[in-house]
Design a binder for this molecule. Sequence first.
Ligand code: PHE
Length: 503
Amino acid sequence: MGKTATDRAFFGQPRGLVGLFFAEAWERFSYYGMRALLLYYMTDRLAEGGLGLPADSAKPLIAVYGSAIYLAAILGGWVSDRLLGDRKATLVGGVLIMCGHLCLAVPAGAGALFASMVFIAVGTGLLKPTISSSVGDLYAAGDPRRDSGFSIYYMGISVGAVAAPLVVGTVGQNYDYHAGFGIAAVGMALGLLVYLRSQRHLSPVSSRPKNPLRLAEVPRPRLIAVVAGAAALIGLVAVTVGTGVLDVDGIVDVISVLAIALPVGYFTVMLRSARTTAAERARVRAYIPMFVAAVAFWCIQEQGATVIAQYAEESTDLDAFGFAIPASWFQSVGSLVLIVLTPLFAVLWLRLDRSPRSPSTAHKFAVGLAIAGLSYLLLVVPAAHPGQTNPLWLAGSLAVVTVGEMCLSPIGLSATTRLAPAAFATQTMGLWLSSNAAGQGIGAQLVKFYDPGSAAGYFGALGGGAVVLALVLFALAPLIRRQASRKGATMDDDQAAVHGAGR
Ligand code: PHE
């Protein structure tokens, strides 16, 4: 890490950040492009080139697919930490994702869609935690540029997300679905090229598994139990889905439960593992309340694609400015705001984190969650009035939640790379990504309560709940900081050590 610690080639940040920025931007371009097209492709009539599925089954299926992808990141993290290392896992993941888009680029029907989903879930599970973890490895412990660097990296995500619907969505819908998916595949290929070219600027830590698995050391019975368990699970899913015992609603419920159970299980494994040191265990405990806050945050933020999309279509006066605003435009507001504000936040974190009174991670999280709550409380005002709402309310609310996202999401990535037990480095990143899956899983249940007639109550309850949770986290923040600083280095102390604030 020695070289990277002093490397300031890219706006004061290590050179490796450029490659990771663009590789992730292209990967997200392919992902969000595919997602922008998926619903239309699944529900369009066969004669129009679609699959002719009913919207009521397609929508929850897409939601569950999104959740499953981020849950797969826990598995991907394990493969990286124990078998492949971050670099190889990112490359294998990128190739699988590309294959997934290629499946959809050929007109081969529902079978190809299913194959594509498997490729993309496994591929993203491998790529997303490992590429994020490589960003963290660019910084030495205590480098105050870490939060700021992750904010820049996060902007890459938004650049990809904003461009995708415009390019992939437009080509797919106006010209040909498969051509659109083909462009997504090309995007991922470009991402892989960028990544390959930038490898030499990455930390050497990224090229090896952090806790290599030695098969000979694994007790036989445990190996057999794991393989048998996995086979039984796959069999169970195949049989219940194949026979129709598990319908779409059932699948949504199962994923909701899994999205909560898996992270809980994983925290337990990490806390109990003999490979986690006492100081690391204290840090993992300190991480838990922040994880809970993140789940609540994503539960609200990810409703941008469900409840808010519905509100845009049904309850917003889309002609307010003299032309028909496409409801789908609201999906881009967040990413646009994020891109515009990133330079500001990158400087803000750098200033704050270099100052002796730098706010703790928990404080930033509490502020982020509170802002997400406010974005919903803001919507109570228009929703309480009968009739169509001015679109500015919705745009304003989306801008507000994005400010919250900037306080929480890049900071969460950054904190994860600082707090993770060494043996679980990339798995912890997978766990962090699963906070999004858990938020969406809970959201999938909550959105059932949304009804345009009582929207004000819905926004008020969820927004209020988020603010209350944020206040609790704020009150706990000093405790979290202390817990994390027990027995040695901590998430915030390693910053403190740098500027000698000695907390
Ligand atoms: N916009 C974020 C991204 O695509 C959403 C996200 C956050 C996903 C956290 C997973 C975990 O990266």
